[in-house]
Design a protein around this ligand. Sequence first.
Ligand SMILES: Cc1cc2nc3c(=O)[nH]c(=O)nc-3n(C[C@H](O)[C@H](O)[C@H](O)COP(=O)(O)OP(=O)(O)OC[C@H]3O[C@@H](n4cnc5c(N)ncnc54)[C@H](O)[C@@H]3O)c2cc1C
Ligand code: SF4
Length: 409
Amino acid sequence: MSHPRSLTEVVRQGLCTGCGLCQSMAGPEHVRLDMTADGFLRPKIRKPLAPADEARILSACPGNRQQPSPEPGTPVDPLWGPIRRLARGQATDEATRFKAASGGVISALASYLLESGEVEAVLHTIADPAQALRSMPQVSRSPQGVMQAAGARYGPAAPLTDIETLLAAGRPFAVVGKPCDIAAVRNLARLDPRVDRLVKYRIAFFCAGVSSLGISRAIIAKYGLAEDQVRLMRYRGHGCPGPTRIEAKDGRVFEQSYDETWGNELAQEIQFRCKICPDATGEQADIACGDAWITADGYAHGEYESWNAVIARSAAGEALLARMEQAHKLNLLPNTIAELNRMQPHQGERKRAILARLAGLWLAGQSRPRYRGLRILHAAWLGRRDFAKNLRGTLLRLRRGANREAEPA
Ligand SMILES: Cc1cc2nc3c(=O)[nH]c(=O)nc-3n(C[C@H](O)[C@H](O)[C@H](O)COP(=O)(O)OP(=O)(O)OC[C@H]3O[C@@H](n4cnc5c(N)ncnc54)[C@H](O)[C@@H]3O)c2cc1C
Ligand code: SF4
């Protein structure tokens, strides 16, 4: 087996990122994302798709294809991708910094784009008000809306399930998402000329992977709570990174440190697709942001000053950062690749391991995505000492069926 030939194969072979684009392209009467028993959002085919429609969706699906094309003249780092400007940044507004996941750069960018009229909407992700552990797409049209959605929603989130409505409206907008969400938008742009005309900015955050809803359920279960008893689940924010906070409907409040959440829980059940992700740092975005703390292992073991690592990857992203700096909306300090490596050691580790993991899929006769222009060979050369270990680990995981997924019931 080589590459997936159907949406069902994308799901069954563990390649779906859960972005939701297929629902938007096919329409919810044909394809709808639902939660699987494993706690991930996956498409379910409700009404058969015409072969040409399915082929079109497959060519936009980031589970099947990722293929960046950096702007000519942009310096490209083998591990970190296109970089026009590298900075350490934070929102100048204290309330934004406090509420946001890290330094609030993403929320500041989104708010500025709306205030300045450069876009009329921002498509991003918010907690589902009816089911606090779950997330849903949010279309914000004001900085207030942006701030309601500030923070990181760990677990499944599919921001693109209805991007078609924004495209059909014909008004300029921005998209905030995980690197794979942004890859989906770039793939769609190759098929649909409205995308480049209307999506003015693509903003990504660095991503360590999507955890299962089961992990969030396990966290609340420690406090004796079931999903329908929870009215707020905030994974981080209100500090940097801020605590994980759970508010029960009966008024009880529980907090645990971000260190406890990531160290003991969130990292445990990351979807298989994220283990073979060659772009966890938003190479296809105009601007990508991550955490900027420096610790021995890349994880936060306390509270830190609210700063982001910030990368402008396109000319438009670079110009936007400059405008925001001039408007005193962002503080930006110089940063270096060496510092970035210290801030995010796991990102380089993963990129160096991708070739070995893809080789494992190939040897085991399993489907793998089509990746182009992501410097996987170069990264593997940099990590060649661990190639055999990563290959062996992947083969063992595949033997245990780690990439096998069921569709939603
Ligand atoms: C699944 C996940 C994995 C992450 N992994 C890393 C990592 O490896 N390294 C790292 O440095 N940081 C990681 N983060 C944290 C993220 O990088 C920080 O949020 C980032 O530094 C942006 O900070 P900020 O203060 O600018 O964001 P904010 O101003 O708080 O804005 C965050 C934006 O992201 C959107 N958003 C939140 N959750 C999701 C989601 N699940 N899907 C799509 N959009 C969402 C929100 O709607 C909001 O607009 C992760 C976050 C998530 C949700
Ligand atoms: S990766 Fe996105 S487009 Fe592809 S099958 Fe999954 S949800 Fe659909």
